[in-house]
Each structure stands twice: as C-alpha cells, then as structure tokens.
Write a protein that binds this ligand. Sequence first.
Ligand SMILES: *Cc1c(COP(=O)(O)O)cnc(C)c1O
Length: 878
Amino acid sequence: MSERRERKPSVGAPIADLRGPVGPGFSRPKHKRTFTGFGPAEIKNVEASIPEPLREAWRKYSASEFTNKEEFEKELVRHIETTLARSLYNCDENAAYSGTALAFRDRLIIEWNKTQQRQTFTDQKRVYYLSLEFLMGRALDNAMLNVGMKDAARDGLSDLGFRIEDVIAQEHDAALGNGGLGRLAACFLDSMATLNYPAWGYGLRYRYGIFKQEIVNGYQMEVPDYWLDNNPWEFPRHEITVDIQFYGRVKNHQNENGKVVHTWEDGEIVQAVAYDVPIPGYGTKTTNNLRLWSSKASSGEFDFQKFNAGDYESAVADQQNAETISAVLYPNDNLERGKELRLKQQYFWCAASLFDIVRRFKKTRRAWNEFPDQVAIQLNDTHPTLAIVELQRILIDEEGLEWDEAWNIVTKTFGYTNHTVLPEALEKWSVPLMQNLLPRHLQLIYDINLFFLQTVEKRFPKDREMLSRVSIIEESHPKMVRMAYLAIIGSHKVNGVAELHSDLLKTTLFKDFVEIYGPDRFTNVTNGVTPRRWLHQANPLLSALIAEKLGGHEFLTDLTLLDKLEAFVDDKDFRHEWAHIKTMNKLRLAKFIKSTTGHEVDPNSLFDIQVKRIHEYKRQQLNIFGVIHRYLTIKDMSAEEKKKVVPRVSIFGGKAAPGYWMAKTIIHLINKVADVVNKDADIGNLLKVIFIEDYNVSKAEIICPASDLSEHISTAGTEGSGTSNMKFVMNGGLIIGTCDGANIEITREIGENNIFLFGNLAEDVEELRHRHFYGDFQLDPQLAKVFAAIKSNMFGDAADFSALTASIEEHGDYYLVSDDFNSYITTHGMVDEAFKNKEEWLAKSITSVARMGFFSTDRVINEYADSIWNVEPLEIKD
Ligand SMILES: *Cc1c(COP(=O)(O)O)cnc(C)c1O
C-alpha cells in the first residue's frame, strides 16, 4: 500500500501556468494574465474585478443575454443547429426542449459567474446546506419563471410550432431524494437564492435517483431511473477533485515539540469530482450553487500493475467499485439500515464538502478562530453528522490546533435539523463497522464522548444512569454510535421542523440534553414550501388571478400579502373565477389520469387526494379502509339514497421502499380495491379509486392544484412537519387531517372552521398503545365490516392482505387505525355535507389561501439566517 497521498485540489491554478510554452513558433498573448489573488478592498463590483484589458470583452459578453422573443428564438435555433448538431427540419419536442434549456442555461451561467465572483470578493459569511437528498424536480420551467422570460419563450416556441407545456414535459425530473426531507432542501435552495443569501448546497450526484415506480398487476415494481442522460443543468468540474480516504489505520507519533500527533495511513483512496448546478433566485440576479460530488477511481488508483499483468478485468472492477459510492440513492424514507456503503456515501460526501469549504476559507488567510464568522454549516438530519468529526480531524491532525480551540470552532459552525422521532429512522452505526472504515474518526468520536461525559458528570455527579443514557456510544452488542447525540453535542443549535415535533424532541428524545445544555440550544423552525414552484409554477391560473386582485406578483416574494385576498371572499365574481380555476386544474389532472391509467374521472366529483411516501405511520391503510367503508355503504343504499351521495374520486400516489413489505401490501390493496370499485356498475361515478404511478415532483405540480380535499392523517405525534399539506392548502384545497406536524399550525393560521381535524391526540397515543399491548383492544365495528369484506375475497385473495389486517387486529394496532376509524369516517361525512354547500366551500378555500403567508420557505430561511446561521443577504447589483 502506498503512503497516503496529500489531498490536493487542482483548482485555482494561475492561468499563466496553463498557457503552455512560449517561444519560436508559438504566438504570444497580447495581455499577460496572471492570477492576482482576491479580496482587495477597492474592488467594488464584479466588473472592477475583471482585469482592464478584458473588461470590454466581458462587458459585451455579459450584455449578450436575450431579452425578448426574437433574441430567444435566435439563441434557440443556434443551439439546435450547432450545440445539438440537429437541423431545424427534424426538430422534435425533445430537441426543442434541449435548445430551450441551453438558451436559459446560458443566461443562468452569466448570473451565476457574477454571483460567485461577487460572493468571493465581498467575502462575507456563507451558508453551506449539507443534505444527502435534493428532490429538485424539473429545472427549465423554474429557470424561465425565475428569470422572468417564460412569456417570451412561450411565444418563441409557438412561432416554431411547439406548445411550451409539451416542451417543458420533455425534461426528466432530478429525483435525488425520497420525499419531504429532500424536497425541503430543494425549496430551501430556491428561497436562499431568492433572498440573496450567499449559500451553497452540497450533496451527492447519484447516477440513479429514486427508482421509477411501475404498477404491474397491482404490485409495485422498481425500475432504475436514468436521469443523467441528456441533463443540461450540471457542469462537470473535472479540475475540482478531492481524494477521499477509507479504511487503513491510525499511527501515533511525537512531533518535534513532543506533542502526540495522529496520522491516518494506508487504506483506499477514492476521488470525489464536483458537478455544479446553478440555482437561480426569483426576480434577482443571485444564482447560487448546488455542488454534487461524484465518485471515481482515484487516477493513481487504476492498478497498472494488474493491468500490465493482463488482469484488465480486475483493474476495471476496482474502478467500478469506486464508482459504486455515488451510484444509488438509498430508497428508504424514515428508515436506516446500517449498510456499509451508506456510511461510505456519507463520509465521502462530508469529507469532500468539508475539504472544499476549508480550502475556500484558507484562501482568505484569516485566523482559524474566524472560521465560524465566515462559515455556517447546516446538517439536514443526521446523515451529514460525520462532517462534525471531519472538521475536528482537519483542525487537529492537519492544522495542528489544540482540542478545545478546535472544538469551539466546530460547535459554533454547525447547526442540526432533526426531522423525525420515529425510532427506526434514528441513525446508529456499529462501532466495529466504523472502526474498520474510519478508524481515526472513531477515535475522535470516543474523545468527543469522553470530554462530553466529563462535563455531564461534573453537573450531575453520581448519576450513572444519565451518563449511559446520553453517551454517544450505546453499550449494546455490538456497540453503536448514536449519530443524533453526536449531532447535538457538535452543534450550537438543534431544531425540529414544526412546533409539536420540536416540543416532542425536548420532552422525549432529547430530554436529557435539554437538562444538560439548557433549553436555548433547542429551537423550532416550522417548515414551509417555495411559493414560486408550488403556487406560481404549479398553478399559473391561480397565480395570475391573485396577481390581478393584488395588483402584481409581489406576493410571490412576500407571501403574507396573500391576506389581502380576504377582502374578496364575498365577491361573487371573484368566487366564480376561483371555482372556475379549480375546475380547470381538476380537468388537467383528469386528462393526466386518463392518459396514464385509462380511467375517466368526472371533474365535478370531490377530488380526495393522498400523495406522499407510502408508510404505515402516514396511514394510507386508514384511507383505503375508509374507501372500502364508503363503497360498502353506497352498495347498501337504495336508488333514492344514492342520489344524495357526493361523487368522489379517491386518488393515491406514492412509492414504498423496495424492502418495506407492509407498505407494498398497502399499494397492492389500493390497486385491488380500484379494480373492483371502478368497474362496479352499481357505483358508477359515485366512487372512483385511482393510483397514480411514480409520484414525483413534476406530478405533484399537476396534482396539488387539483384537490378539493387532501389527506394528512398520520398517527398523532409521528409526522415531523409534512409539507404537502402546505402545498395543497396554498392551492385552495381543504385538508382532512390529524393534530400532527404542521397541521396544527396550519389550523392556527387558517382557522379551525377551514380544516377537518379528527382522531386521537399525540398526548393520548402512548396510553392507547399501552392498553392495546395489555390486551385491551376492540376492533372498531365499522372497521370490522371492512375487514370482513376483505376476508370474503372481495378484493382478490384475502391472504394477500392478512398481514395488514393482522397488524391491527392481532398485533397491537401500533398506528391506532382502529382507534381513529370512527372519527375518520364521521369527519368524511362532514366533508360531504360541507362540499354540497359550494359557496361555503369556496369561502373556506379562499380564506385558507389568504392565511397561508406563514408557510413560505422565505420565512423559514430568514428564521434560520437570524437565529442559527447569523448570515446577511448579499445583493448582486451589477
Ligand atoms: C412535497 C413532497 C413530498 C412530501 O410530502 P408529505 O405529504 O409532506 O410527506 C414528497 N414527495 C414529493 C414529490 C413532494 O413534492
């Protein structure tokens, strides 16, 4: 094994060095350009940073952005003819998409370069958002709207014979995430850019994003997602690479001052290569960066000895092994499985990002104690917790700082966001696994734990129980590293994502830590969504109507302005237009359903939607049992009674983790119920059941504006926040939900007359579970009828669903489906009654939207900036 090589970036090389030989036969450049460093105080704008001889060229270039339809068309045609090497005569929608994307990409890049230069010269504090998931969806529509050129593009494309919607639909979603956590990261990027915060996202460039879901005979099948083919939005930075070390061992030496120093030697090196994605803000020049790391065999690592010995296959296999690290996104939502490759992904990404951040800081030549004044790092869940250990390692082992000084810097730098209290989602890594993969980091974790436990012991002398409860190391077999505890100890702020969730953290999971650190380390920042994507982009008709009433689109950057809509609640014409837009959006979804499933649904029906990851805690099983109950009830009705029924379309969508068998069973049941109900002539349009395949961001954009009612019905106390609840209400849909996550704050904002709440409260859950456990369980009688129907093979072989019914009847009903069933169906009855009164329903819809101002990620990001990051915006003016 070779000596561990220095990690070396190949960035920032003086341009003069790259120019090659100058001598006879070589032309000499007119202006000799040398790298002059940066940061001189006199540089006031981006232009001033460009060396004088190049300024004129730069000025011309950066003024070359298209600003109208004609210029856009010219750019579009140029890209189709030259960049794509396609001719206009065989230009299809796909080529039109690529050409349009390239034209807009050019625009983003100009702003992106300016933003990055500006942020570098100004050199103020930056935020780094570390997330293993970024559920971005499509980029083109967003780029057109944020740049403010969608109308020009629509007209230009139309001149060439294309409908802009069809062109936009050519784009493949960037689906580097599972669900809410990944989408939150994407909404944050949009808000950080829109609010002009100097902010970078750091993630992994998975070759395969979340799998594509196909439904075959009612079962979920997983198909790989080849999203990278034809993706114009990323820029490979082959010159920005970091060598990442794994395995090996730690050696202790004494240095010349007699101090013990640790070196991490031998092992394997994998190279991280940067890929950059521009993130445009809305209505601002700020274009931030999302840097995704891709893994590659370290160039020196290709084994030429093996190769020369004729073992080509094995040399290539080693290479592929390295590339495996960034190959796949783990498809579990709220479940950790402790796989070594996952830990490798985490370290690979944390180490590459930290190297990059530290390198950028070191260029400023500031003292290390200024690091937390220049850098804020936010951990999206515990997945990047190793970044804490890695920074401590860099400061101590590579920069020679003393422990306390280094640790003080580390804890001031990091903030940690917790997303869940579900025990199966809390990350723990086995000590032997970590010892093998990251030996130096395990040592550091033990040291961090030792110093932490010493301070705890001083404050709580003789409380052995407390020490073992809060230890980072769980004394199990094997021992485990509790990542959430490490994240709390290494951060200056810990936040939950909705009030109830943050309170539960303080009173249950992290109770001891509140005692140790006091309550100030723990805070709440209730989630939001970006109104640009989830209102303006997803629902252009509603956005236009609101803009017309409020006299402009300012509400998109100050969502509290929506409150002015309340003045129009009683305006008949306005209500009429509001209703008309909802119908148009339902028609759009109906068309989509027809084209993807073949089913026809009537837009006059009540559209009742539950789309989100399939999980027992989110209780799609409660919903489908409710649907079966409705079906049985209608079947029992006389013709007279049927006339009073409000027609419904129950729409489901969402992926189950491939190994989550119970979730897959729920999908199977939904599809089997759909088969029976949809072809039952007794029922006709009174009830339809639809499962939308492969739920993702671009489908959510069609689905959210089309709901009358959406379901957010998790067992109380289990959902962190939920964000689709916000998307639906922002688009004028009402909610049926439990007192859980952000539903509680949505209720507080919009008023309890405008939401259908049901079910047991979080404070009662423990007691109910306890009672079930001790045999005090009676199946709800209405639910018993539903189970009897399932067991009569009404929806196919009952054996297929026995685990699902047994989990409730026989195994303690952990998610309280039976306890909440009566309240659920009664509340659905109230929904039906309310829907019959169209005028009142409209008033609820308009009032709710008017009161949703709080749930913009702009508010969320400003709260993080003020209370956790301490960063200021930086406007890009030139
Ligand atoms: C918003 C969103 C989610 C989160 O939905 P919840 O109902 O809050 O769990 C998941 N997936 C996609 C594609 C989304 O857009």
